[in-house]
Ligand binder design. Structure first.
Ligand SMILES: *Cc1c(COP(=O)(O)O)cnc(C)c1O
Length: 363
């Protein structure tokens, strides 16, 4: 297969070191070697984000949505309700989970790409004392919008609410200040800005919240966070994990610790800046104002007369995978992510091909 540069928001290109780690050998998950591997991953995750004292990492086999479902299904006391902030596909997914588990919920719904208004969040908290949990997406990958996490986390603190954050596409790529504002459940996955391979995802859970969730009756067998945490603390695992994806994640975390999260974020920021300068020069229009864009993905309006499929195929012929708009934005926007292990010169070449495509349409 031709080597492709993945400019979709995960899975990402990985280094040879991460890819080769998968071949470390066949292993039974009930043996001490797996226990050590799992312990090492859980520890490295906390080290990377400098939250060793306050948090526990809980791993789950499955894509990012598995970890999200583990957090959402395990976080709410029966008879209490969840406030879900929605402004894209992933916020809606949290709402859908709450429905499937028949949780009582309040929704604050915005147009996709619209910035949530804090006074509306605060008003919902004031009006509904049953709310126990606020759930939100940090980087809404649908649009590339960075939601106001620090501000909402401070509201959660002020009103003594628990906070669930889908940081799946931002952990490692955009700053999350765990020390300054409390997140009770931060959800992440191996195969985005952490630079691992698909198959394992995780929740970073605030230890302070443990006694509360222990008392919540399980709503699911596979996604029971308290149960996963209990057995993982004992060095064991509930079910058969994706062992090779764990090998890869461990290697990816070694690389992340060597680079440090702060430096990776800065690297992503610079790459995004360079790409956006290029997009502007080509004359492309951005979906999200500069002040609210993440470091990891740019959503661009599809120029008149340019079909997404044609653009996608042209870029693919040149070795680049880009991403379509979802749902309402299908055929209206396209997305270019800058996550993963990509050499700098690839970005310049991608801009060159993109320019040729757009110029051709304008001729
Ligand atoms: C990628 C992503 C997910 C999870 O998607 P999976 O396909 O399950 O890995 C969830 N939320 C956000 C914001 C994402 O970007």
């Amino acid at each position: 297969m031709k080597k492709m540069t993945l400019m979709n928001p995960g899975p990402v290109n990985v280094t040879d070191r991460v890819r080769d780690a998968q071949l470390r050998g066949d292993l039974c998950h009930r043996e001490p070697e797996f226990s050590d591997l799992m312990g090492s991953i859980r520890k490295k995750l906390l080290q990377a984000f400098d939250i060793e004292k306050e948090y526990s990492a809980i791993l789950i086999t499955g894509s990012g949505t598995a970890a999200l479902e583990m957090a959402v299904s395990s976080c709410l006391t029966p008879d209490r309700s969840m406030l879900v902030i929605q402004n894209g596909v992933y916020g809606n997914r949290i709402g859908k989970m709450a429905d499937v588990y028949r949780m009582s919920k309040h929704i604050i719904n915005y147009n996709w790409g619209e910035i949530p208004r804090l006074e509306e969040v605060e008003q919902a908290l004031k009006e509904n004392s049953s709310i126990e949990v606020i759930a939100m997406v940090h980087h809404e990958t649908t649009t590339g919008l960075l939601n106001p996490l620090p501000e909402i986390a401070l509201l959660a603190k002020q009103y003594d609410k628990r906070l669930v954050v889908d940081c799946i596409s931002s952990l490692g790529g955009d700053k999350i200040n765990f020390g300054q504002y409390p997140i009770d459940f931060a959800v992440g996955t191996a195969n985005k800005c952490i630079h691992g391979l698909p198959g394992v995802s995780f929740v970073l859970h605030r230890k302070k919240d443990l006694s509360r969730i222990k008392d919540i009756p399980a709503r699911s067998v596979y996604f029971d966070l308290a149960e996963h945490l209990k057995v993982q603390e004992q060095g064991d695992t509930l079910f058969t994990p994706a062992i090779q994806a764990h090998y890869a994640l461990n290697a990816a975390l070694e690389e992340l610790l060597e680079e440090t999260v702060d430096r990776r974020i800065e690297r992503y920021r610079k790459i995004a800046e360079g790409l956006r300068k290029g997009f502007k020069e080509i004359g492309l229009d951005f979906l999200i104002p500069e002040s609210h864009r993440s470091n990891c993905l740019t959503a661009l309006k599809l120029p008149n007369g340019l079909s997404y499929d044609w653009l996608h195929d042209k870029l693919k012929k040149n070795g680049f995978i880009i991403y379509a708009g979802q749902g309402l934005f299908n055929k209206k926007i396209f997305r270019i992510a800058n996550m993963g292990n990509i050499e700098d010169e690839k970005f310049d070449f991608c801009l060159k091909v993109l320019k040729e495509c757009v110029t051709k349409i304008r001729e």
